[in-house]
Design a protein around this ligand. Structure first.
Ligand SMILES: NC(=O)c1ccc[n+]([C@@H]2O[C@H](COP(=O)([O-])OP(=O)(O)OC[C@H]3O[C@@H](n4cnc5c(N)ncnc54)[C@H](O)[C@@H]3O)[C@@H](O)[C@H]2O)c1
Length: 270
């Protein structure tokens, strides 16, 4: 969406909290919202150094209640209110459920892996949403957007924990839409498929995923170029996810709540 279209979205002057806005999809969401004239608070562990009069960085570990509450109260203090939240921060540590060759090996899911994945991808969504919902319900308007994944809808080999965390937040989205509708607050999910590389694609991520799929890292990388399972025949652009999030935050999507929408070029299995 270009700056010329910001009036069509009508989110100029609105205040949004984005988690994980220092990298990848979150950074593109921040770009998009600022170009639409919105005010943005980035709640992330790390600062990407962005400076803008409509932007505030609040150092936040979204797995901690005190940090989540602080991010929301800083947003209210700095910009006067909050009109929406994007629960974008997330991690993916690929692991298998069982490995007959190496039952206690490093790529088998263990409790530490489970706890970390669910803390960052699920508990954070609860903590941030409960802090923001207090503001939204009181003012009787607002939107919560949850960043899911196609893996959360369809499952993905080597990503059982990740798929589970995203499935959990799809449940939050459905239930909270039903709870929050009475306050004129919407809750909606976005489920990206295969995208351009982000900070998520670290070497340890690639090693875990390659192991789970009985491939080498080189074979896994060679597969990125193979888009035959994607009807549109290409990976998604991060800006294409950001555009959808901006639309969902706007009143243009005013009658949409409770669903998790794929942005995956038509891919739905794999
Ligand atoms: N990249 C993809 O292909 C893809 C596909 C589907 C869904 N997603 C989802 O999109 C979201 C963003 O992923 P991305 O690919 O842009 O990843 P990324 O690694 O580029 O960005 C994630 C951001 O979250 C922040 N973060 C991580 N843990 C945090 C914590 N505890 N507290 C605060 N901030 C924290 C990181 O610092 C980083 O800035 C995630 O929820 C991910 O599951 C990504």
């Amino acid at each position: 969406m270009s700056e010329n279209n910001s009036s069509w979205l009508g989110i100029d002057g609105k205040v949004f909290v984005v988690t994980g806005g220092s990298s990848g999809i979150g950074q593109h969401i921040v770009n998009e919202l600022l170009s639409d004239g919105s005010k943005v608070v980035n709640a992330d562990l790390k600062d990407d150094g962005r400076k803008d009069s409509n932007f505030l960085y609040v150092k936040t570990d979204v797995t901690k209640k005190t940090d989540a509450d602080n991010a929301v109260s800083e947003a209210v203090k700095h910009f006067g209110t909050v009109d929406g939240l994007v629960n974008n921060a997330g991690i993916n540590i690929p692991r298998v459920l069982v490995d007959p060759v190496d039952p206690d090996g490093k790529y088998v899911i263990d409790e530490a892996n489970y706890d970390k994945m669910f803390a960052v991808n699920v508990k954070s969504v609860f903590l941030m949403s409960s802090a923001v919902a207090k503001v939204l319900a009181k003012q009787k308007h607002g939107v919560i957007v949850n960043m899911s994944s196609e893996s959360g809808l369809e499952g993905s080999q080597g990503a059982g924990m990740y798929s589970g965390t995203k499935g959990a937040i799809n449940g939050f989205t459905r239930a909270w839409a039903k709870e929050l509708g009475q306050y004129n607050v919407r809750c909606i999910g976005v489920a990206p498929g295969v995208l351009e590389a982000t900070g998520l694609r670290t070497l340890s991520y690639e090693e875990g995923l390659a192991y789970s799929r009985h491939k080498t890292v080189e074979q896994l990388r060679a597969g990125y170029a193979n888009t035959s399972t994607i009807p549109l025949g290409r990976s998604g652009k991060l800006v294409e996810v950001a555009n959808l999030v901006a639309f969902f935050l706007s009143d243009r999507a005013g009658y949409m709540t409770g669903q998790t929408v794929n942005v995956s070029g038509g891919k739905s299995r794999g």
